[in-house]
Design a protein around this ligand. Structure first.
Ligand code: NAD
Ligand code: MG
Length: 388
């Protein structure tokens, strides 16, 4: 198995599951961006064939460390290195757990090589949905969702296309994040520390901020529309603060199937690794008496404008979701660096969506060029707002 983004939250959970099943799974490659020490430590524990650092300076540093201790591990660098370990014929499964647009090309390489892809990197589908799904079909790759909601939907969906006709709606659950009940007047002053303190899930910083703005749910609606080949209007966001029901599928006969469990990403990771079987994930059994209550409510679209922006981008189609994603990545990074206010994240995204109407992109190169344009424009808007 290749783990793209092995030093991140999903990557670490994946290695935890692998270490519980050393008889079944072997690590082929581990990858990270700049975390040299963390990747070196993972190499010592898992002895992969390859270690890849997206950043070339970091790759040189890792090379130096490993040359002495573990000379059998080959160190590669950059997007080429990531694509190579995602498509190598000796690797069967690829965990796509890089955060953001940087994950698209390596995930696409895995699809084109016909791998089993465990997809956590939702941004890849938001940006390159048609391209990615075409590659999966054309090269008979196996695409298994890791995002907990999509993994839940996958578990609740019928497996044959005929039976899919009886599905009425997808009910995509959302915790509502840390600011579901914060007075609206206090939202502008929210700090990165507050935004990253998610009530139920322990995740990377970018997705934690996305959960706090609910852009995460917007991205997930678009992700679900590609994974399950449905219109975004057939997906209903359901706020469920306990994060026990991970999503649901409703059927024409009135049945609603839900997948439940403790909020621990090792469940969807183990499910996708073992599919169609199941295996231990190290997750505690769900204690319903302790949970006691499950609440459901409609999302507050006024409080969370990111939801509207995501539905609008999905409706506009073409590269609009790629613009949405790029602007969001820039705005979230600026917020984490304290250069942009929390409520200004959505303002920057809306400005980018309104100002940029590039032609439809077909190829990966065109898409990446649109991504760069949207980032540049978003950075300008951030700059303007910082100086205002
Ligand atoms: P994280 O920030 O903890 O980890 C990101 C990983 O990607 C790290 O290994 C990092 O080194 C690598 N990386 C970052 N930038 C890179 C770049 N430019 N090139 C190559 N590698 C790079 O993030 P995470 O929380 O593990 O999330 C990873 C992905 O999974 C995201 O797309 C996120 O939306 C999705 N996801 C995460 C969770 C969760 O519980 N953490 C749940 C659902 C979906
Ligand atoms: Mg999710």
């Amino acid at each position: 198995m290749t783990i793209l983004g092995s030093t991140g939250s999903i990557g670490v959970s994946t290695l935890d599951v692998i270490s519980r099943h050393a008889d079944r799974f072997e690590v082929f490659a581990l990858t990270a961006n700049t975390g040299v020490a963390a990747l070196a430590e993972q190499c010592r524990r898992f002895c992969p064939h390859y270690a890849v650092m997206a950043d070339s300076n970091s790759a040189l540093q890792l090379q130096k460390i490993l040359a002495e201790e573990l000379p059998q591990i080959q160190v590669l660098a950059g997007t080429e290195g990531l694509q190579r370990v995602a498509s190598d014929e000796r690797c069967d499964m690829v965990m796509a757990a890089i955060v953001g647009a940087a994950g698209l090309q390596p995930a696409l390489a895995a699809a084109r090589a016909g791998k089993r892809i465990l997809l956590a990197n939702k941004e890849a589908l938001v940006i390159g949905g048609p391209l990615f799904m075409d590659a999966v079909r054309e090269h008979a790759a196996e695409l298994l969702p890791i995002d907990s909601e999509h993994n839940a939907i996958f578990q609740c969906m019928p497996q044959t296309p005929e039976a899919r006709q009886s599905v009425q709606q997808i009910l995509l659950t959302a915790s509502g994040g840390p600011f579901r009940q914060t007075p609206l007047a206090d939202m502008a002053a929210i700090t990165p520390e507050q935004a990253c303190a998610h009530p139920n899930w322990d995740m990377g910083r970018k997705i934690s901020v996305d959960s706090a703005t609910m852009m995460n749910k917007g991205l997930e609606v678009i992700e679900a529309s590609w994974l399950f080949d449905c219109k975004v209007d057939d997906i209903q966001i359901v706020v469920h603060p306990q994060s026990i029901v991970h999503s649901m599928v409703s059927y024409v006969d009135g049945s609603v199937l839900a997948q439940m469990g403790n909020p621990d990403m090792r469940t969807p990771i183990a499910y996708a690794m073992a599919w169609p079987e199941r295996m231990h994930a190290g997750v505690a059994a769900l204690n319903l008496f302790e949970v006691a209550q499950l609440q459901f409510e409609a999302p507050d679209r006024q409080r969370f404008p990111a939801i509207r922006l995501a539905y609008e981008a999905a409706a506009a189609g073409g590269v609009a979701p790629a613009l949405l994603n790029a602007a969001n990545e820039i705005a979230v990074a600026a917020f984490l660096e304290r250069r942009l206010g929390f409520t200004d994240i959505a303002v920057v995204i809306e400005q980018v969506l309104n100002h940029l109407q590039p032609p439809p992109a077909g190829s990966i190169d065109e898409l990446m060029s649109v991504d760069r344009q949207a980032r540049a424009l978003a950075a300008q808007f951030v700059e303007k707002m910082t100086n205002a």
